[in-house]
Write a protein of this length. Structure first.
Length: 277
C-alpha cells in the first residue's frame, strides 16, 4: 500500500545533532510532498519550536501538520487552524507546580511567546560531566523569550499543555517516582530526555493526536510511516504501518520498530524513505 503520511519526531530524528535538517533529508521530504504525501512533525517541542523546520520543508505550502507538546496540540501550519488541543486544567497545573517545589528541579511553562521559569539565572545542570545551560537550550529551541516568575503555581491562571521539569539526570532518576506519585493516575508523566521529565493531560500521546487528525483525512494506519528516537515516540512507532527507529534511538524503541535506519546524523529518514517513495 502506498504511503500517504510521514510522521517524524524532530530532535534526534529529523534534525541532526547541530539541530539542522541535512540537504539530502530535505530533498527527499520535498519530493514526498510533491507526490501528495502529508508531512507531520510530532514533537515534545512547543508549536513555536517547530516553525523553523516547517518552513525549511515548505510545510506551510502543503498543509503540513505540527503535533506539539507530545500530542497535546495539533495545528495545520498552512492555515494555522488548531485541529486538536487538550491541555491540563488550571487546577491540575497549579497542583503539579506546587508539588514540584519539594524537589530540586527547574519547572518550565509557556504562554504565547514566553517561557516562564522561577529564576533565569538558575539555568545550569550537570550533563555528561559538564555544565549545561538547560534554560537557554529549551528557550531557544522553543523560540521563546524568557520571563522570571518566583511562584509559578500562583502565577498560572490558564490551562497548560505541558509542564516541563529539568535537573541533573541522576537526580531525576532518583526522584521521578515521588514527583509523579500524586498525579500518576490522572496525568501523563514521562521522561522525554535524560534531563527532562514532563507532565501533560491524561491519555495524551502523539499517536492519539494523530488518530483524531487522520480519520477525517481518510488516512489509514497502514498508509503511515513514522520515525523516532525516544520513549515519547513509542506510540507513533506502534501506530504506524511502518515504524522506523533511528540508529541512535533508545533500545526500547528499536525493539518494537519494524526497521532500524541510520542515525539522525547520517540521513536516516532519507535512507529509509527512498525505499518507499
Amino acid at each position: 500500500m502506498s504511503i500517504k503520511a510521514i510522521v517524524m519526531d524532530v530532535d534526534g530524528t529529523l534534525a541532526n545533532d547541530k539541530k539542522e535538517i541535512s540537504q539530502k533529508t530535505k530533498d527527499v521530504l520535498l519530493k514526498a510532498q510533491k507526490q501528495g504525501i502529508l508531512l507531520i512533525l510530532a514533537s515534545g517541542r512547543p508549536t513555536p519550536g517547530l516553525i523553523k523546520f516547517g518552513k525549511e520543508l515548505e510545510m506551510d505550502k502543503n498543509n503540513g501538520l505540527f503535533v506539539s507538546f507530545n500530542g497535546s496540540k495539533v495545528v495545520n501550519f498552512q492555515t494555522k487552524e488548531e485541529i486538536f488541543n487538550k491541555p491540563m486544567t488550571v487546577e491540575e497545573g497549579k497542583a503539579v507546580l506546587e508539588h514540584m517545589k519539594k524537589f530540586n528541579v527547574k519547572p518550565m511553562i509557556d504562554k504565547d511567546d514566553y517561557m516562564y521559569v522561577n529564576n533565569v539565572y538558575d539555568c545550569m545542570i550537570q550533563f555528561k560531566g559538564k555544565d549545561f545551560n538547560v534554560i537557554e537550550y529549551e528557550s531557544r529551541g522553543g523560540n521563546y523569550k524568557l520571563c522570571e516568575v518566583e511562584d509559578l503555581a500562583g502565577f498560572v491562571d490558564y490551562p497548560l499543555n505541558k509542564i516541563l521539569t529539568t535537573s541533573d539526570p541522576e537526580y531525576l532518576q532518583e526522584h521521578y517516582l515521588e514527583m509523579m506519585e500524586p498525579f500518576k493516575d490522572r496525568l501523563n508523566c514521562m521522561f522525554t530526555g535524560p534531563f527532562y521529565f514532563e507532565i501533560t493531560a491524561k491519555d495524551i500521546d502523539k499517536a492519539k493526536a494523530l488518530e483524531t487528525v487522520f480519520k477525517p483525512l481518510n488516512i489509514k494506519r497502514e498508509e503511515v510511516i513514522a520515525f523516532g528516537d525516544g520513549h515519547n515516540d513509542i506510540s507513533i512507532i506502534k501506530y504506524a504501518g511502518i515504524g522506523v527507529a533511528m540508529e541512535n534511538a533508545v533500545l526500547d524503541l528499536k525493539e518494537i520498530a519494524d526497521e532500524v535506519t541510520l542515525s539522525n546524523n547520517h540521513d536516516g529518514i532519507a535512507e529509509s524513505l527512498l525505499k518507499y517513495i
